[in-house]
Design a protein around this ligand. Structure first.
Ligand SMILES: [Zn+2]
Length: 442
């Protein structure tokens, strides 16, 4: 079922007009931040911004800047040098997942919290949630972006929040059945894993339950056709909506509508998004087929702002005029700049390797795979890149060997890199309920 647009006025406003209004807001944000010593030392104030390129000489905020500012704390300012509202005005703290280093923390004032709920509500509405939907949230941790903020957004969108995460799998499976859950919110890898476990626990196939929409976020992958089909089959679902946000900026900023051609930007009134070329740092226009790194500015956030925050997420624009009526561009996240590997001078994203491998070998693979690095810092590979791939339940390495050779050959042809494919048994690669990495160090 398709629910009405969240805010028809905003959702259908021309994207160029949205960007224009955001530029005016950007100048006001910098003037507000000038009252904070740490921000004042970094940013210009008293300027107006009329064109996107007027932003080009405003310094980026990097993850390292956030970590450094957060290490500089005082009793009055527990969130560090960038904290921009007194602690007595804060109502909540959230954090990043900490999968790529020390956790970073972010505060919300009551006004921030209200705006967040509205924006995240819009993302859930875009992804297919509305009144009457029973929505299972599988995240176990409350403090991360996929915890309390998602819970708020699901309720805000009109859904019935069934927060089953954080319990044992038998209890989660029981809840799925007893509550007739029809929308599952999960990472892509956990969604298929959880379907298998649910089938085992309940003794009935997961597709016989009520799940018809799977909202998949937390990691790229739900846009890859074979991974998407795997999720649909695992639950007997009719719709997969990909979902994406960033703890540092706003936990849900992109969500896929019923058309299924990528994720719309759903945070427009509160977050300015720029698309840049990560090498030249020039702006990339929002045109179908364009790729670039997303850079975010929180225009309204009072407690913990970020200005031109480099996400390291590499986006591919998939459209600018969606039949659903929403005017914000749609995209797929094709990888993280940080994850980029170099094989004999060729750049390659682990997610691109996964896509090519699954194109060929999905009949024998579970979809879970990972690249083995010799150290966390390893980026270069001079020998074949070691790739562990998990076999489907019941498939042996001998049965899979011919098609896996074909997959490695396809990677060589399409991406100009060589992988050493190593099949492992079903269940060998651990699957977490939050953020699964495509690279690992044993
Ligand atoms: Zn759409």
């Amino acid at each position: 079922m398709t629910h009405p647009l969240w805010n028809p006025g905003l959702d259908t406003r021309p994207w160029a007009l949205t960007q224009q209004l955001q530029l005016a807001e950007f100048g006001r944000l910098l003037d507000r931040l000038a009252a904070n010593e740490a921000w004042a030392a970094r940013l210009p104030a008293g300027r107006t911004y009329a064109h996107l390129d007027d932003l080009l000489d405003v310094p980026f905020t990097l993850k390292e800047d956030l970590r450094a500012a957060q290490a500089d704390i005082t009793p009055a300012r527990p969130l560090g040098a960038f904290q921009n509202a007194p602690t007595r005005d804060l109502v909540q703290v959230t954090s990043s997942s900490g999968t790529t280093g020390a956790q970073t923390f972010f505060g919300l004032t009551r006004t921030d919290w209200g705006r967040w709920k509205d924006r995240i509500g819009n993302a859930y509405r875009t992804a297919g949630v509305g009144p009457g939907d029973v929505v299972a949230l599988t995240t176990g941790m409350a403090i991360v972006a996929g915890g309390l903020p998602y819970a708020d957004g699901i309720r805000e969108a009109g859904g019935v929040l069934a927060w089953i995460g954080g319990q044992t799998t038998p209890r989660m499976a029981f809840g799925m059945q007893r509550l007739a859950v029809n929308v599952l919110v999960s990472t892509a890898s956990f969604a298929t894993h959880f379907a298998d476990r649910t089938t085992d626990e309940l003794g009935v196939p997961a597709p016989s339950l009520s799940v018809r929409t799977v909202i998949a976020g937390g990691e790229p992958g739900a846009g890859v056709p074979h991974i998407r089909q795997g999720m649909l089959d695992a639950w007997g679902a009719t719709r997969v909506s990909e979902f994406m946000g960033l703890a540092d900026v706003l936990p849900a900023m992109w969500a896929e509508c019923e058309v299924g051609n990528g994720m719309h930007f759903t945070a427009a009134p509160d977050v300015l998004v720029e698309l840049i070329d990560p090498d030249t740092l020039a702006h990339v226009p929002w045109e179908p087929g364009a790729t670039g790194e997303a850079v975010y500015t929180t225009l309204s956030r009072e407690a913990s702002a970020v200005v031109r925050f480099r996400s390291r997420d590499q986006l591919l624009v998939t459209g600018v005029s969606c039949p659903c009526g929403r005017t914000a561009p749609t995209m797929r996240c094709v990888g993280r700049t940080d994850d980029m590997l170099i094989y004999k001078a060729m750049n390659v994203y682990p997610s691109a390797i996964r896509e090519v491998v699954l194109d060929v070998a999905s009949p024998v693979l579970s979809g879970t795979m990972r690249i083995r690095k010799s150290s966390a810092a390893q980026v270069r590979f001079d020998d074949d890149i070691p790739l562990e791939v998990e076999l489907r339940d019941g498939v042996t390495a001998a049965e899979a060997s011919a098609v896996l050779r074909e997959a490695a050959e396809s990677v060589r042809e399409k991406l100009r890199v060589r992988v050493a494919v190593e099949p492992v048994g079903f269940g060998v690669i651990p699957v977490s309920d939050y953020k699964n990495a495509l690279v690992y160090v044993p």
